[in-house]
Ligand binder design. Sequence first.
Ligand code: AMP
Ligand code: GLY
Length: 425
Amino acid sequence: MNILLVGSGGREHALSWQLAQSESCAKLYAAPGSPGIEAYAECVAIGTDDLDGLIAFCTAHAIDFVVVGPEAPLVAGLADRLRARGIAVFGPGAAAAQLEGSKGFTKDLCARAGIPTAAYVRCTSADEAHAVLEGFTIPVVIKADGLAAGKGVIIAETADEAAAAIDDMFDGAFGGAGAEVVIEEFMTGEEASFFALSDGTNVMAFGSAQDHKRVGDGDTGPNTGGMGAYSPAPVLTAELEAAVMDRIIRPTVATLAAEGTPYVGVLFAGLMLTDAGPKLIEYNARFGDPECQVLMMRFNGDLAALLHAASTGALADATPPAFASDYALTVVMAANGYPATPEKGGAIQGIADAETGGVRVFHAGTARDGDQIVAAGGRVLNVTATGRTVTEAQARAYAAVDKLDFAGGFCRRDIGWREVAREAE
Ligand code: AMP
Ligand code: GLY
């Protein structure tokens, strides 16, 4: 197959590495790709928001299969337009991508399908939201309905904070994403991420991970896209995974299929493991970043063939993935100033040195400046290692981090802390 991978982040670097190794992949292109992806794919300068350009490229280069990394082109309808041209695509159409594009859509679907999630009310005006707020206990969660780059969620510890969040959202703090607001019951428990492939009808579990969303050690400071992750997440036991498949994933896929908007691609479920069992926090319509990097580290097999099976209604006959039993852990190196105003242009040296003993350094936001690799994004590198325990994987990842020379960057020093603490018990 000729394959086009859409995206340029660390997630796509990890995907390109596995796709390029797949026997079923004849030629891999990436749009726009990155200095890391260049090693595995021919990079073409087409942006992920240039739907016309992507489609024209596929037609001109006899692309058989498109793997879409980020959510924005899915929400914008890229998968629908490619399928209409007979091109297989890993990723949902715009209607099913609403699982990520609209929090209210997902909550209503949970209500229709009886999927466990936090109690909620959708509001379309500030007045309505202030009135609805009276019915909730504090803390309470206020969410902008639309895509807000992971920033549209406020956990309000006081009624005043909740009221201010409502006003901010309706005043346009998150642009169009806040034209509608969802008010939610606050859930307590440990969070975990679970992934499942869907071909529209059939589903297949695709592993678990735990992310670290806050910028600082000890889960302090502002939220980010994710500062590090590990896989699997032992807190999601086989029994809990089975419950998630039965009570959350299968009813979601069945409901969307019955309503004529089948879900094709990967369902990324953000879960809260509550005393009353796993509950859905939110869905994403794509692989997590950096969760994908740790899943790809453990993946064995032909990724292109498996994702293609999910994209062509053939998942029932596909071989489930054989993930290594070892843990994988990734540390995100971010540019100084992230997440507010990351510095661009910081020089990076020592990647080859760091990549010894099975460590992989995925490029999340880099560019070339002559012979030099420099920072070109908020999250810059994902330093990824494996080990028989999370503690071992963590030690290897930080040993590799210490071989890098990246004065303009920083990382958290405690990725995996929950599991490292449990392993020490
Ligand atoms: P989201 O962007 O929906 O993943 O939300 C970001 C983060 O906010 C989640 O990872 C949770 O830590 C937290 N969160 C979202 N919704 C809730 C909720 N209903 N109860 C508790 N925490 C929540
Ligand atoms: N790391 C969280 C996400 O990809 O949404």
